[in-house]
Write a protein that binds this ligand. Structure first.
Ligand SMILES: C[S@@+](CC[C@H](N)C(=O)[O-])C[C@H]1O[C@@H](n2cnc3c(N)ncnc32)[C@H](O)[C@@H]1O
Length: 394
């Protein structure tokens, strides 16, 4: 990965990107960082890079010309590059962006603004995306550029000792990381949890996963609401709910279904469930048999969903057209918001992406919006949900 950084303060990058892990990655040629002084590309005698804003107002604006010439020079130094302007108006940077940038590009050009920002025409001319470090305003784009370069660089193979170094960390799988402990065993009267000294790797793994769930639920309920649970996760969450001292945690987990969920290809043995569903939806139960028997002829694959104590919970049908699959889940009201709906839809999606589909359109007017949110899908006006890509769990 190559980084070309356009800045008025190249020396600011020396220590943050020249030392420690990122510095070693540069020595090993795993990454290359080039800083370009924007001022070197001015055409006036004072090397001025900014001027007053048209329309009045306070402060100065970085002019398009020196930045453009600096960008052209940087752009000419290698292969195709993605140009990013660090800006408080950009999309807030997340781990998912770091993963995307590391995976999709070999070269990033980072533009650091100063003063009031950059002439809009330069942004329109060369910038592919604007990225913000967060909802606050800094004096310049240098710290955001360092943060972005650091987050992307550590994902480049070989920069960290082991892939596990980042796949087990906060935000990788939508969870915050479990707590860490090191020697001594007792510090200031506080003991390391017994399980971590048990030597039982399975127990350690289960404890860590539960801690991750607990910490995410307590600190970032917004992230917790977007999680998709496997059957094993639901079991752990049931244990967590039963063990928790905190009533808020018990309440938050009370709604989750922790029993068995079965998602299986629909056949005539599911007729009773379909009849109940038709009745619930205000349709004639007699039509259910036609629904099941015409699936094959219409090229539709359908899955029936069952859960312990909840019986038939709904169905999820899909058909594929080119690289796009159209997924139509119908989840009955009694099965919503318990983790059954997300588990079932996620299960079908995994099955589906094992085939040829790379994109999915989830069509439903009864898929609860929190399910759509957890699945990472976008809601459109006509109640459809578009899933952007194949690796939708990331
Ligand atoms: C003082 S800021 C300009 C703020 C701008 N006038 C506004 O209100 O959006 C100067 C420069 O710092 C950088 N910057 C400031 N806050 C940032 C943030 N949260 N994320 C990324 N870059 C930021 C940008 O490059 C910006 O051009």
């Amino acid at each position: 990965m190559e980084f070309d950084i356009l800045t008025l303060f190249p020396q600011m990058f020396d220590a943050p990107l020249g030392d420690s892990i990122i510095g070693r990655a540069q020595s090993k040629k795993l990454i290359t960082v080039r800083c370009h002084q924007i001022r070197d590309f001015t055409t006036n005698r004072q090397n001025q890079v900014d001027d007053y804003p048209y329309g009045g107002g306070s402060g100065c604006v970085m002019q398009a010309q020196p930045l453009y010439d600096c960008w052209k020079h940087a752009n000419s130094l290698g292969g195709p590059a993605r140009t990013i302007y660090l800006s408080p108006r950009g999309k807030t940077f997340t781990q998912a962006d770091a993963v995307r940038l590391a995976a999709d590009y070999d070269r990033l050009i980072l533009i650091c603004g100063h003063y009031e920002g950059v002439d809009q025409r330069l942004i329109d001319a060369v910038v592919d995306e604007e990225i913000s470090l967060g909802d606050f305003v800094l004096t310049g784009g240098e710290i955001p550029a360092m943060a972005l370069a650091d987050a992307v660089a550590r994902l480049i193979p070989g920069v960290l000792a082991d892939t596990v170094c980042f796949t087990e960390e906060s935000h990788w799988s939508g969870l915050l990381e479990y707590p860490h402990y090191s020697r001594p065993e007792i510090w200031e009267g506080r003991r390391v949890p017994d399980v971590l000294q048990s030597g039982d790797h399975g127990a350690v793994e289960r404890w860590r996963k539960k801690q991750s769930f607990l910490i995410t639920l307590q600190k970032r309920p917004d992230m917790f609401a977007r999680l998709l649970f496997t059957k094993a996760d639901l079991k752990l969450l049931g244990e967590l709910r039963d063990e928790a001292d905190d009533p808020a945690v018990r309440n938050a987990l009370a709604r989750l279904h922790t029993g068995r969920i079965t998602v299986r290809r629909t056949t005539k043995r599911d007729l009773k469930g379909f009849e109940t569903m038709y009745q619930t939806l205000g349709l004639s139960p007699a039509a259910a048999i036609d629904h099941i028997t015409t699936l094959d002829a219409e090229g539709i694959t359908c899955f029936s969903i069952y859960a312990d104590d909840h019986g038939f919970c709904g169905h999820c049908a899909y058909d594929v057209d080119g690289d796009t699959a159209f997924l139509r889940p119908t989840i009955l009201p009694h099965a919503r918001d318990k983790g059954i709906d997300t588990f079932a839809v996620a299960h079908v999606l995994d099955h589906l992406f094992a085939g040829t589909a790379t994109k999915t359109c989830v069509i439903s007017d009864d898929l609860p919006s929190d399910v759509a949110q957890r699945l990472g899908v976008v809601r459109t006006a006509n109640e459809s949900y578009i899933l952007a890509k194949k690796n939708w769990r990331k």
